[in-house]
Design a protein around this ligand. Structure first.
Ligand code: NIG
Ligand code: FE
Length: 418
């Protein structure tokens, strides 16, 4: 098979190869490093990965593109497994409330927060949502991201708006170089008109929305905001079990602000991932490890919330929980598309090592969206999604924070950013 693209003289090649599933505990540190590496790609697939020169058994011709990665770090394309990519408007008007000391849940319960974005998302046309999210994807791509998950969730009872968000995500998946994986999150906040009878709203999600999403194959995953004052443990259980019975893979926003047993529920239901976990109990974390629930940590959100707590990543890793990280990009708790910044925050604030952080944003992130058989590592047969960073090593990339280290990005074997 002829190579169409060759990346050679790679000073540090982090292949992340060597395990089929998520990397846990000490293995989370293993980045499969090759010094002086070379990668050959044919069309959209990786056909060779090794050290030194490209062997003669891999033919090239005048059409083959060669990239010299001397002095660079090459990794799998970064994966952002938790975003609220598609939404209308922004919330800088609530920034002053936050600075005055109002908490995230106070702003939400007074009708702001998610509710104000719901209004803006409902009012926005398909094209407006599409254009706004397209720009965000461009930013993500510049930071080396090649796949993102995108949640609905700003319909808040208005199913048409939920469907509009999902359709926008699906169209972006077709038109933008980044792959977009949609998640249905009909249970993101209780609509004001159901405030006193939230169980009836939960029944609507279970009886009408989930079956429709599953039957029409609109999303692969189903998420719920399980939180004090939002959806209770019982309600979240009902929603996620219903999702599971319809073939949707359960995810959960768990113990973000208050510890209410979200991590325990994630383990009971065997969710593919539990996200946030800032306030998760030790017992819940241990149970997640036992049931292979991936922790998707969002260090930009804990930084932005400034509620004095961060997820206990060290305890998770020590207790066999595979950790992934994501931006949580959304207009409220984390208005930033910059996954590289989150990687630095994961080290600085969660005390993860740079190697653990790279695992968290490649192979473990792929596992959190069930894409590990095709992306997340640089191995023969996998899709050629690759990021090249202008840094001498992964420690430098994570330590030198707040700037963009991307040199170029390859998506499905094509250079899409340089
Ligand atoms: O993951 N916690 C719930 N959902 C988002 C925030 C959404 C918003 O504030 O608009 C989160 O933090
Ligand atoms: Fe979120």
């Amino acid at each position: 098979m002829k190579a169409t693209l060759v990346i050679e003289n790679i000073t540090n090649l982090a292949t992340m190869s060597g395990s089929d599933g998520p990397r846990k505990n000490k293995a989370q540190k293993d980045i499969g490093l090759i010094k002086n590496g070379v990668i050959a790609i044919s069309k959209d697939k990786i056909i060779y990965v090794g050290e030194g020169k490209l062997p003669e058994s891999i033919p090239t011709d005048e059409g083959t593109v060669f990239i010299d990665a001397t002095g660079k770090l090459v990794t799998p394309g970064l994966i952002d497994p938790h975003t609220h990519l598609v939404h209308g408007g922004s919330r800088e008007n609530e920034f002053s409330m936050k600075l005055e000391g109002k908490s995230y849940l106070e702003i939400l319960s007074s009708g702001g927060g998610i509710h104000s974005t719901a209004k803006a998302t409902k009012e926005a046309t398909f094209e407006e949502l599409y254009d706004k999210a397209y720009k965000s994807l461009n930013i993500m791509l510049e930071f080396g991201v090649t796949t993102v998950e995108a949640k609905s969730g700003y319909g808040i009872g208005d199913f048409e708006t939920e469907l509009k968000q999902i359709e926008v995500a699906r169209k972006l998946d077709e038109t933008h170089p980044i792959d977009v994986v949609p998640t249905f999150m009909g249970a993101h906040a209780v609509p004001p008109e159901y405030k006193e009878r939230s169980d009836i709203f939960v029944d609507k999600i279970v009886n009408e929305m989930i079956p429709y999403i599953a039957q029409n194959k609109l999303a692969e995953f189903c998420d719920v905001f399980c939180e004090e004052g939002v959806f209770t443990i019982e309600q979240s259980r009902k929603i996620l079990l219903s999702a599971k019975s319809h073939g949707l893979i359960p995810k959960i926003h768990a113990d973000e602000i208050v510890s209410i047993g979200g991590a325990e529920l994630a383990s009971e239901i065997e969710c593919i991932s539990a996200e946030h976990l800032i306030s998760a109990s030790k017992n819940g974390i241990k149970k997640m490890g036992e049931k292979n629930v991936i922790a998707v940590l969002l260090p930009g959100t804990s930084f932005n919330l400034q509620e004095g707590k961060v997820a206990d990543a060290r305890y998770m890793i020590d207790n066999d929980v595979a950790v992934a990280i994501a931006t949580d990009y959304n207009p409220g708790s984390c208005p930033s598309e910059n996954l590289q910044l989150m990687m630095s925050f994961a080290s600085i604030t969660l005390k993860m090592t740079p190697e653990e952080v790279l695992t968290a944003s490649t192979i473990n992130a792929a596992c959190a969206i069930k894409r590990e058989s095709s992306i997340g590592s640089i191995e023969v047969g996998k899709i050629a999604d690759i990021a090249i960073f202008d840094v001498p090593n992964i420690a430098y990339m994570v330590y030198h924070f707040g700037v963009n280290h991307t040199d170029s990005v390859i998506k499905k074997g094509k250079i899409v950013y340089k």
